[in-house]
Design a protein around this ligand. Sequence first.
Ligand SMILES: Nc1ncnc2c1ncn2[C@@H]1O[C@H](COP(=O)(O)OP(=O)(O)OP(=O)(O)O)[C@@H](O)[C@H]1O
Ligand SMILES: [Mg+2]
Length: 358
Amino acid sequence: MTAVHVQSVTKRFGETTVLHGIDAEIPQGAFAVLVGPSGCGKSTLLRLIAGLEQVTDGRILFGEQDVTALPPRDRDIAMVFQSYALYPHMTVRDNMAFGLQLRKTDPATIEARVCEVAKTLDIDHLLTRYPRQLSGGQRQRVAMGRAIVRRPALFMFDEPLSNLDPALRTQVRVDIRRLHDAHDATSVYVTHDQVEAMTLADILFVLEGGHVQQSGPPLEVYERPKNRFVAEFLGSPAMNMVPATIQGTSLQFDDGSSSLGLDSVTGFEGLIEGRSVDVGIRAQDAQRCADTEADLHIAVRFVETLGSHVHVHGTVGDAPFIAAFEGSRGPDPGDVVPVRVTRFHLFDSESGTSLRSS
Ligand SMILES: Nc1ncnc2c1ncn2[C@@H]1O[C@H](COP(=O)(O)OP(=O)(O)OP(=O)(O)O)[C@@H](O)[C@H]1O
Ligand SMILES: [Mg+2]
């Protein structure tokens, strides 16, 4: 395993800059996740770390070693992609052994490692089959097995689960994390799925438009988003954003009907009177209450029943709003529901920068 240091890395394709001076520190043994919307540069950053693309500017170090100019084969990495890229004419055993054979590892060692890894991945009964005789999930495991037998210093994954059905996706996700832990590996994992990102990562990098918007332990990023983009990207349903104005010790929502006390916000006195803000409220932080205790009123449009809770879709003034209420029955469309807000975040309406959290 190795630490990865990405230092001021810029990548241009012709005239287009797709990564703008990226800094990323991935500690030895960490599971790092690069997450962000389509086209933000995740795969490009991964390919730069792997050496499959050349940086335009900046440096990449593995531990103390500057690998910026090294070809992929000299970087001691293994990659698992969305498409399994198994050799169709080779059995599972030969697919897994191939990388070691190229390295002239002795046959007994190869056999021992293939068997050991196949066992941990629960594919040892499939070793004589060909890829076409496997399910999607099994193929993905073989692709992972092929990476693991080489015992690389660094594992790299680019959306390895996106071809799998939801149940299998959860299972293989757990396997990936288990294997990472068992092999004391350092891993870099790319996804646009925020659930994968939250559940897998020790350290999360949220990318947008070729910039790292925020990095850190996933819960910290989730609870203290630095800006509106990160706040809305992480969490499902996405964080609600309701426009408001700061008036004295409270927030006046633009629909004029309701207001929210600022007393729970540390240092709110520093906020500028009359400033326009977006109040960010997660669905589970809006709870049904008596009318006299209400911070907000939701005009209900429709309700989704999920079994243990309901998602109430509606509006607060002109802003769309989703609340998650516990229980199996929700309000009806057309109702106006009073809610109390247990936690909120304030963002500058112009820049989107986080101002305060309650
Ligand atoms: N070889 C290339 N030549 C020109 N532009 C490229 C090349 N590779 C990627 N790009 C551009 O760089 C940007 C980032 O692409 P990248 O593949 O890194 O995105 P991504 O975050 O992995 O997206 P996705 O989630 O869709 O896989 C995109 O706008 C893409 O069109
Ligand atoms: Mg990609």
